[in-house]
Design a protein around this ligand. Structure first.
Ligand SMILES: *Cc1c(COP(=O)(O)O)cnc(C)c1O
Length: 419
């Protein structure tokens, strides 16, 4: 991407004098990725999936690039709304919304109904508030990335069930269905699979529009945009994918002339902007095996230890990803800051009182010593936001945001108990 990652080395060394582990988010990467998406997908509007990284500086930066948001909870809706984002650019999509969730967000977002009963519930709450709510519906389509048939899902409404329910849905006076949302999977690097997926969505949108008998205002195609993690991963061909979407928009332009196309992404936009830094606290040898004990691993960046657990329990060589918890066996790399040239076999573990706090087994690294730093890339998404910071009352790693003009802004996560 043309940005030299080592450019932050001095900043990292400086911050490590104060913190034993921390996240560094570099805004330059966010801007680069945002521009890449905007330049390749003309006339598509992007929604940022806040759950990937709700850090306030990250969110500000993303909003400055003109993104809307995909919110997964009331708090995420309100985070974006309080920053002044228009309600039509906040799509609230999650299963199992409570009455309160709907009451609070109805005026601040487009709620994406996730079930038939939720459609009724939204209608009732809108009636109580004497409004007609513009809503979307999340669909469980009759196709998947792999095949031309769908599969059972906890998300959305099966498309055939929706078609048979439309006669009563259309009688509801306090909702107006203005669009559809589909999201089947994350972290896809194969451009052909995404091309087929988008084509299937356009065809489905056409039949949905035909069934509801009024023009769709939006089609939200969800995410899927993957980033390289393991060294063998090849970047997604975003240029080719952008062309495919342009072609689809052109060929469907007369039938879907009023529909805004949305694509959601968390990781593509912010994943590569983040680095996790952890310090070697101690070293030991047990039964001939070398251990380096690091600060805040399972509780600072959980995906690393989770990957070890998956590998431990899985018998297949290539266990399937379960985003955002597990990507692939060797998704993360470990780069120590050291001038040491002698190598050793080492197991990297954390300082929690559980043997599950292990992030790499028997890897070869330059000989480490207490005080050395290890950096881990792709820590901008599903990292700080996905880690069990309450366990064993440790202090969560602070997050430092490096603005594109070189300022460092520190955020500390809430510490659970004020003692
Ligand atoms: C989490 C999520 C996303 C974001 O996925 P990424 O892999 O971060 O792009 C998009 N849409 C929905 C509905 C999600 O739940």
């Amino acid at each position: 991407m043309g940005i030299n990652k080592n450019s932050n080395k001095q900043t990292i060394i400086k911050l490590s004098k104060e913190f034993n582990s921390f996240y560094l988010y570099d805004e330059k990467y966010i801007i680069t990725c945002a521009n890449e998406l905007k330049n390749n997908f003309k006339n598509v509007h992007f929604l940022y999936s806040i759950k990937a990284n709700p850090n306030p500086m990250v969110l500000d930066s993303v909003l400055k690039q003109g993104f809307g948001v995909d919110a997964a909870s009331v708090k995420e809706v309100m985070l974006a709304s309080n920053k002044g984002l228009a309600s039509k650019l906040i799509q609230y999509s999650a299963p199992g919304k409570t009455i309160q969730d709907i009451e609070i967000t109805l005026n601040h977002s487009i709620i994406i109904a996730d079930s038939l009963s939720e459609i009724k519930l939204i209608n009732k709450i809108a009636q109580n508030q004497s409004i007609k709510a513009n809503i979307g519906i999340r669909i469980n389509p009759d196709f998947s990335f792999d095949s031309i048939t769908g599969s059972s899902s906890k998300f959305g409404i099966d498309v055939d069930q929706l078609f048979s329910a439309l006669s009563w849905i259309k009688q509801l006076n306090n909702i107006n269905i203005i669009g559809f949302h589909i999201h089947l999977q994350s972290q896809e690097l194969n451009v052909e699979r995404l091309e087929n997926y988008y084509e299937n969505i356009f065809n489905l949108a056409l039949s949905l529009q035909h069934e509801i008998k009024h023009p769709l205002q939006f089609i939200n195609m969800g995410s899927g945009l993957g980033i390289p993690y393991a060294s063998e991963d090849k970047p997604l061909d975003i240029t080719r994918l952008g062309k495919k979407v342009s072609n689809l928009m052109e060929s469907f332009s007369s039938q879907l002339s009023q529909s805004q196309i949305y694509i959601e992404t968390g990781r593509y936009l912010v994943g590569s902007s983040g680095t996790y830094i952890t310090k070697v606290l101690d070293k030991k040898i047990s039964c001939g095996k070398n251990y380096a004990i690091l600060h805040n691993t399972l509780n600072g960046f959980m995906r690393l230890s989770l990957s070890q657990l998956v590998n431990q329990y899985n018998t297949s060589n290539n266990p399937k990803g379960t985003e955002p918890l597990f990507t692939s066996a060797n998704a993360f790399s470990f780069t120590p800051f050291t001038s040491e040239t002698e190598m050793e076999k080492i197991t990297l573990v954390g300082n929690l009182c559980t043997s599950a706090d292990i992030i790499a087994k028997d890897i070869i690294l330059p000989k480490l010593k207490p005080g050395d730093l290890i950096t881990i890339p792709n820590a901008g998404c599903y990292a700080a936001s996905l880690s069990p910071i309450q366990f064993s009352s440790q202090t969560p790693p602070p997050e430092v945001f490096l603005t594109s003009d070189g300022r460092e802004i520190l955020t500390k996560r809430n510490i659970i108990y004020d003692i």
